[in-house]
Design a protein around this ligand. Sequence first.
Ligand SMILES: Nc1ncnc2c1ncn2[C@@H]1O[C@H](COP(=O)(O)OP(=O)(O)OP(=O)(O)O)[C@@H](O)[C@H]1O
Ligand SMILES: [Mg+2]
Length: 356
Amino acid sequence: MDNQKLPMLPPSVELETTAVLKQLAKAHRALAELKGYADTIPNKHILINAVMIKEAKDSSTIENIVTTHDDLFRAISDASGVTPAAKEVAGYRTALWHGYEHVKAREMLTTNMIIEIQSMIEKNHAGIRKLPGTVLRNDRTGETIYTPPEGESEIRDLLGNLEKYINQENDDIDPLIRLAVIHYQFESIHPFYDGNGRTGRIINVLYLVLKGLLDSPILYLSRYINLNRPAYYRLLQEIRTLENWEAWILYILTGIEETAVYTLKLVKSIHAEVEIMTEEIKKRLPKIYSKELIDLLFYEFYTRIEYIEKGLSVTRKTAANYLSTLEAEGFLRSEKIGRDRIYQNKRLFDLVKNDD
Ligand SMILES: Nc1ncnc2c1ncn2[C@@H]1O[C@H](COP(=O)(O)OP(=O)(O)OP(=O)(O)O)[C@@H](O)[C@H]1O
Ligand SMILES: [Mg+2]
């Protein structure tokens, strides 16, 4: 069906239609509100971690690496002896952090960084496709929908063009519209044998950070895509078949708006939980309360005796004592994993889990 070459960027049609501009304003407003809130709260790393762990699961669900929150939690607390699915999710999260730190430090998002991110997701170094034969199929019918460009040099040329488009400054096209263009183009280049979707979804959030629309990596479209998946595939394809850029851009802008609203609610409720637990521990367990302790309890959804021992500079015995007291008071739930006992922040975990 398609024997046309994938065109280089920028697209040659008018992208800023009236409908797009209208939705663009809404998306920016919601995003700015999220950014504003995230900028002011003191314990940002807690929120970033919590939202990121949830994203790692949502994004991996698209790929059908079905992972429960319980598995996920185990994967993050101990990579040995867990299910392969959970390890995949943990790898996604590592790739995400890595990309974020890179973008922050270098203020660029390069092809090489994208290759690194994909290799961390897939845990191999296959890199850019060299062999022909990769096609995108309709899952149900098996019919080939699209054959992405073949040959390493053509793929590299297209990635080079995309890299320029990503890092270009002061262009007249709004960055959120560009995000939609970048996602389509990246998925259409489909530079890797596998992991193109997950890599592309990481690029989305890194691009928001790169353009200063967010400081923290907390807006992820995976959940929205999961909830609106048929349209996602259809609209990607309609750019190719009908040059229907408008519907695609509207889809992404609506996703940004909805996700920003949703994420703001989520981070507010996480923040509230931190405050509530702080007050309760202060009141009921004044001898063990400290701000550092709260930080440690929320840092990863779970903690261990060693973390408390190191983080608070107390003896192992004291640390163990703290944790069993917190468990007895209902703040934590412990579980033996391998030789280790890990203590889960029950409320934080339930809050993120029940959100599905
Ligand atoms: N018609 C299409 N045109 C361009 N890209 C498409 C089309 N259909 C699907 N895609 C992209 O291909 C991705 C899947 O590619 P791949 O299997 O390499 O990625 P993944 O990360 O392993 O999977 P997933 O995205 O399902 O988690 C989809 O997420 C989507 O972004
Ligand atoms: Mg795949």
